[in-house]
Design a protein around this ligand. Structure first.
Ligand SMILES: NC(=O)c1ccc[n+]([C@@H]2O[C@H](COP(=O)([O-])OP(=O)(O)OC[C@H]3O[C@@H](n4cnc5c(N)ncnc54)[C@H](O)[C@@H]3O)[C@@H](O)[C@H]2O)c1
Length: 324
């Protein structure tokens, strides 16, 4: 059912941390399209200035270049804010294995600072990005909330700790927190560059450039790839959900299951190419299969995603063809 029908007061002020990144910049855009005000806080570490420039001329948009590791910056950013959509973090499982201390400082302490600032400034709702990585090595499919396994990476640890801290802020201080466990999000503006790029934009870019992509492992791993529009819907609905929904985390996915090899051949076909991939070793910390049960988010947030994988991938390919 999407989010077009949702209404917020026109003077509502949203704070999007990580708003210069992939998901955050899409959230900023959706909020501006609703006619509301949005403040973006980002240190531009993995985010892009070009994502800030997109909205720089909109009077409802303000940008603070700042770091969530700094509590004063978080306090300033939360002043007068109704809804926080906290996306700022470093992603990537392999990079977190390479630099665990930075991940703890950035993703864990940064989130603690944001929770503290939101509490101090009386924010109405604190919605934050968690991750399917919190399921760790739990083998059963689909993944459902309350059945998690052993964590497999420092990145997963940061997301798990974020959830536990957020729950404490709801329990002890009445800050209404809602965690969204995203499952492999993809879509416009996701960065295709660098060693830690996500697989879909990376493959599209390489194929368009005439390069041969490398699949980690045998390509028979599966993921619940989730189009960005569904993630926007989840964030906005989490802001409006009844208070009983707070203090918990929810799977945010489409509820499907795509195999990497199928995605690869789907992309080559859509791009009119016939290129066989290279195969590399499995990546440490990766899980083999992931598929979400989204019934909890449906029930308590009213989440009702209407972008399935095929619809999303067609939109993503069209966007990258125009914008790369
Ligand atoms: N993309 C996915 O598939 C996915 C899956 C699960 C969870 N998530 C989570 O969703 C959120 C957004 O991810 P994304 O894919 O848009 O990544 P992204 O790298 O595009 O965006 C993250 C943004 O946060 C900013 N940032 C990082 N550290 C910061 C700091 N200390 N202070 C201020 N800004 C900081 C970056 O500059 C960047 O703009 C992250 O929390 C990520 O862990 C993403």
């Amino acid at each position: 059912m999407g989010y077009a029908h949702l209404t917020f007061p026109k003077d509502a002020l949203f704070l999007v941390t990580g708003g210069a990144g992939f998901i955050g910049s899409n959230l900023c855009e959706a909020i501006l399209n609703m006619g509301c005000r949005v403040r973006c806080l980002d240190d531009l570490s993995t985010g892009k200035e070009s994502n800030v420039k997109l909205y720089a001329n909109n009077p409802n948009y303000t940008f603070i270049k700042g770091d969530i590791k700094d509590l004063d910056t978080c306090m300033e950013a939360c002043e007068g804010v109704d809804f926080v959509l906290h996306q700022a973090a470093w992603g990537s499982v392999p990079r977190s294995i390479a630099m665990p201390l930075f991940y703890a400082q950035n993703n864990m302490i940064g989130t603690m600072n944001m929770l503290e600032a939101a509490r101090e400034k009386g924010v109405k709702r604190f919605v934050y990005a968690s991750s399917s990585s919190v399921y760790g090595d739990e083998p059963n499919l689909p993944k459902w909330e309350g059945r998690e396994g052993n964590l497999l990476s420092p990145y997963a640890v940061t997301k798990h700790v974020n959830e536990e801290c957020a729950k404490q802020y709801t329990r002890h201080y009445g800050l209404e927190t809602i965690g969204l466990r995203y499952f492999n999000v993809f879509g416009r503006r996701q960065d295709p560059n660098g060693a830690y790029a996500a697989v879909i934009p990376k493959f599209i870019k390489q194929l368009l450039a005439g390069e041969v992509p490398t699949i980690n492992g045998d390509g028979r791993q599966s993921r619940d790839f989730t189009y960005i529009e569904n993630v926007i819907e989840a964030n906005l609905k989490a802001c409006l959900a009844p208070s009983e929904a707070a203090g918990q985390a929810y799977n945010i996915a489409y509820g499907g299951r795509e195999y990497l090899l199928d995605i690869y051949y789907g992309l080559t076909e859509a791009l009119g190419l016939s290129v066989e991939p290279n195969f590399g070793p499995d990546r440490a910390g990766d899980i083999k299969h992931s598929n979400a049960d989204i019934s909890k988010a449906r029930r308590l947030l009213g989440y009702d995603p209407d972008w399935d994988f095929q619809r999303g991938i067609q939109a993503a390919i069209a966007w990258y063809k125009e914008n790369l």
